[in-house]
Write a protein of this length. Structure first.
Length: 181
């Protein structure tokens, strides 16, 4: 598997085409990172078109919509999830992947955030990802009790409903997330 072709280095697709294996294409722009879901999808669309022009089939493409830490910007979670949904809608045969645990950098109880994000990303259309299978086994994420307060708090953080992670951080300081960690 070749990682990672992007608009910054489209020529990496030549290697992928020659090798005949899968390739991860990122939603990075030619000169920087995307600012939202629309840019992620737009940059990915350009890379899919470049791959198609080189004869690389969709089932060999793994699109990385770029998972950014929500501790930096509360909108990053839903930007990525919205991009995953649109990528899945446009190209049903491509794979969607990414560094799933990137979303939780800088936050307490990372396992909880990672579980919630992984479940949401799979539901949005992701079919692969870079995860720690010990810390965040996908089965646990998918079987999590979504009605439990910790999961709801994590979901609010990931969708941007909990602005600046205030309720989540308050619950973490109070020990209300300890059982989910």
């Amino acid at each position: 598997m070749l990682n990672s072709a992007s608009l910054e280095r489209v020529e990496a697709l030549d290697l992928a085409q020659a090798a005949g294996g899968p390739v991860i294409i990122t939603a990075a722009g030619a000169s920087g990172m995307p600012s939202g879901a629309d840019e992620r999808v737009g940059f990915a669309a350009q890379m899919v078109a470049h791959a198609e022009a080189k004869g690389i089939e969709h089932d060999r493409l793994y699109v990385d919509p770029l998972v950014f830490p929500i501790s930096v910007d509360g909108q990053f979670g839903h930007h990525c999830l919205d991009a995953i949904r649109e990528i899945r809608r446009r190209w049903p045969e491509v794979h969607i992947t990414g560094g799933m645990s990137n979303v939780s950098f800088g936050l307490p109880n990372r396992r909880l955030i990672n579980d919630a994000f992984l479940a949401m990303a799979i539901e949005a259309g992701a079919d692969s990802g870079i995860t720690d299978p010990i810390m965040n086994p996908p089965a646990r994420a998918l079987e999590a009790d979504r009605s439990a307060l910790p999961f709801q708090l994590a979901t609010d953080v990931l969708t941007g409903a909990d602005r600046n992670c205030k309720a989540y951080l308050k619950a973490a300081r109070a020990g209300a997330l300890a059982e989910a960690a």
